[in-house]
Design a protein around this ligand. Structure first.
Ligand code: BV8
Length: 246
């Protein structure tokens, strides 16, 4: 970590963070491209996480999300999540934006989390959109539970491919990318839009961007963009220690 980067950390007045599946990998949750096992193997996530897939085969899509939901509820936050929870009170302005749907940032203690893609532990009526807190799980392979009000299927409260993101969350994310002076892009392949553009919007307005990833494949480089290769659970605590000592 260069002295110039360390200085940017210490001087930062608004830190924005974008996290992806790589932050939860060490909590045992497969990254998005790794989440397909068993009879879902052979499908691309983009083929399962869509309204069309749910329309075509609601039982299979519901079961895939049930498996992932159970995994998320069993998982525990890891040192990467806890480092971000420790960072929040240390900076004057902090915006945590996540593409993850596992709820682990809130469980690690972050107060404000901008959830761009929803939360897998919640479900909503596929027709009315009303959130449903609890439901009786159908037998495996059975159709999804139905809405008590209108009888339509329940669906996971996540954003599928081809669906627009929650507008308030997207506005918060864009505002943070434009206003921040330090942007951390942690554990994301930066492939899924519109989240993927956020780090580069920040770089374009002059923020220091730090990409933290086990692999820099496909990641942009250039003025103001720093690459820290490694496990998020190791790099983030180290970044905290050196950027915000004491
Ligand atoms: C939309 C919820 C308007 C569901 C998800 C512009 C250009 C091109 C395409 C598009 C575009 N605009 C819209 C699109 C289409 C599409 C899209 O981006 N497609 C991609 C495939 C090209 N986007 C949309 O449809 C979005 N909607 O824009 O609405 C619209 C609509 C139609 C047409 C035009 C516009 C909605 C996108 C949201 C989809 N929902 N999740 C669910 O979870 O089931 S996306 C899902 O995949 C995740 O939420 C996440 O965002 C994404 C996966 O990305 P990552 O989190 O980065 O995970 P990944 O596995 O890819 O990478 C993990 C990384 O971690 C790797 O880099 C790895 O090296 C690293 N890593 C691993 N371990 C560690 C680590 N790093 C550090 N430490 C470790 N230990």
């Amino acid at each position: 970590m260069t002295e110039q980067l360390l200085e940017s950390l210490r001087q930062a007045r608004h830190v924005a963070v974008l996290t992806g599946a790589g932050v939860s990998a060490e909590s045992g949750l497969p990254t998005f491209r790794g989440a397909l096992t068993g009879h879902w193997a052979g499908h691309r996530p983009e083929d399962l996480a869509t309204p069309e897939a749910f329309e075509r085969n609601p039982a299979m899509v519901w079961d895939w999300y049930r498996m992932r939901r159970e995994g998320a509820l069993r998982a525990e936050p890891n040192p990467a999540h806890f480092a971000l929870a420790r960072l929040e009170p240390l900076v004057s302005r902090f915006t945590l934006i996540t593409q993850n749907v596992d709820g682990l940032h809130r469980r690690a203690g972050n107060q404000t989390v901008v959830e761009l893609h929803g939360d897998i532990t919640r479900a909503r009526c596929a027709r009315e959109g009303t959130l449903v807190e609890s439901w009786v799980e159908p037998p495996r392979g059975g159709n999804p539970p139905t809405c008590a009000d209108c009888g339509a299927f329940l669906r996971p409260d996540v954003v599928w491919f081809g669906e627009t993101l929650p507008q308030r969350a997207l506005r918060q994310a864009w505002a943070a990318a434009y206003d921040c002076d330090l942007f951390l892009a942690v554990g994301t392949s930066n492939l899924v839009e519109p989240a993927a553009t956020l780090p580069w919007l920040a770089a374009a307005q002059g923020a220091t961007v730090v990409v933290i990833n086990t692999s820099m494949e496909g990641q942009r480089s250039g003025a103001g963009i720093h690459h820290l290769t490694g496990l998020a659970s190791e790099v983030l605590p180290d970044l905290l220690e050196r950027g915000w000592p004491g």
